[in-house]
Write a protein that binds this ligand. Sequence first.
Ligand SMILES: Nc1ncnc2c1ncn2[C@@H]1O[C@H](COP(=O)(O)OP(=O)(O)O)[C@@H](O)[C@H]1O
Ligand SMILES: [Mg+2]
Length: 500
Amino acid sequence: MRTLRSGRKVDRLLADFGHPLPAAAPPAVEPREPRLFQPTSPRGQRRRGRGWSPATAPVATWRMTSDQAGALWPFVTRPGLPATGAQMGFDFFSRGSFFADPHGWVLEERVSNPNIFCFGEPGLGKSATTKAFCLRMMGFGYRTLILGDVKAEYEAMCHALGVEPITIGPGLPARINPLDFGPLRQGWDQLDAIEAQRRADIVFSRWLVVLRGLVGSQKIGHQPVPVGPTEEAVVDASLRLLTGYTAGNTQLTETTIPRLWWLLHEPTNDLVETCRYASVRHFLDDTRLLRDSLGQLTHGALRGLFDDYTSINIDWSAPIQSLSLAQLEALGDEAVGMALLCLNSWGRAMREVAEPGDLRIVVRDESWKQLRLGIEAVMSFDADLRLSRRDGDIQLAIAHKPSDLLSAGDLGSQAATIAKDLLHLTSTKILHGQPQQIADELAGILGLSPIATNLVTDWCRQVPGRALWLVGPQIHKVQTVLHPAERLLTWTNANLEAAA
Ligand SMILES: Nc1ncnc2c1ncn2[C@@H]1O[C@H](COP(=O)(O)OP(=O)(O)O)[C@@H](O)[C@H]1O
Ligand SMILES: [Mg+2]
């Protein structure tokens, strides 16, 4: 018989002698609760109607006990913006999506106007963020108007949307008249006296602003040509005479800068009298500077571009329209700045009567070229921004640094005040990366905290597309995420690549 080396256990021994011990019942298996969330990829399911996200959220991992977690729940560090409008990317403060909806923000009284000013060092994604914003707002019925594509970098986007951009340059057929009446002239003969007066005030003041800007951007040495009340009165009286407004005509005649120059060159007795000059000689002597400055436009580098009636017909129902100024690059920054000034005046005319529901984003990329021309040019820009609340456009201006608004003219209090005013006309600012000195300048003007200033000099400069979005008083730390298709449309390094 085989002997068990280990011996019998007690229960076995008792069982062998006929006394089985009762066995303990096996533990009851509790049914598992059904899973609340099915495991999926963090990007979601790549199936129709399932909401696949091309990029994963930059989620930070924190470890803490449930005791501590209660103090941070629901893990949102600051009040977010509503999820309406263009989904731009991630808000690194709240770790959620960041949505841009300037008109929505106005309606919610977060900001007082829908305008956006974008600052940043070159190459950090100002234009790309702008393009992504315009493309994503198209889904909400917004159309885009590029008022001056200085580097021809919006052309790919236009072509992708099936629109041919309008190119303005020497020898090309497109003409833009900064003294265009725009849609305000429609039905003038049927207007009552009060409405006609109101419209005339709008048109004449716009013309005066652009002419002040153009004349004021000319220099005697380093000093801008002065534009005082006398020059203004002469220009105003001449324009009224040329259009037939002074004669009380019901049909007004459109005029151009060369016609204005010619009238100043050969003034009628009427004009001399209206402007209270003793003689034609007196008039000519006193307006020489004004005449010669205007002559620069008709005989100078920009000849043949802004000195005749508008010859283009814009299709306002197209998703995008772009006026390309890239052909002017060789003429220098000043010529481009003056062209932008003319284009802006014309663009403003075109938008003076917008159909209800005609929502448009008006982009002024590289606007620093205009702003550097002088205080008058800055004031013309300022006038454009002031209108946006009335006509429902979103004005989006792009510049390198705030001192672009100050570099012209004296750096004294007048320029600084205008620059600050201009910034206040844009409730939303997008601050891409900047070097320390410029970030300090921005901090001074915008009242940024040291933490925000550090983000501008450090975090925002690490990757293109990172920026602080100042929406009214709130600051958001945002990374714009581009779709692969948008990357192709925003790629501005092609020249660098070709050179490498
Ligand atoms: N959010 C982003 N993600 C990835 N690449 C970007 C992003 N924003 C810009 N870029 C790339 O960086 C380059 C420079 O951008 P760009 O918008 O032209 O700069 P800026 O207008 O500030 O000079 C472009 O080639 C663009 O594709
Ligand atoms: Mg750019």
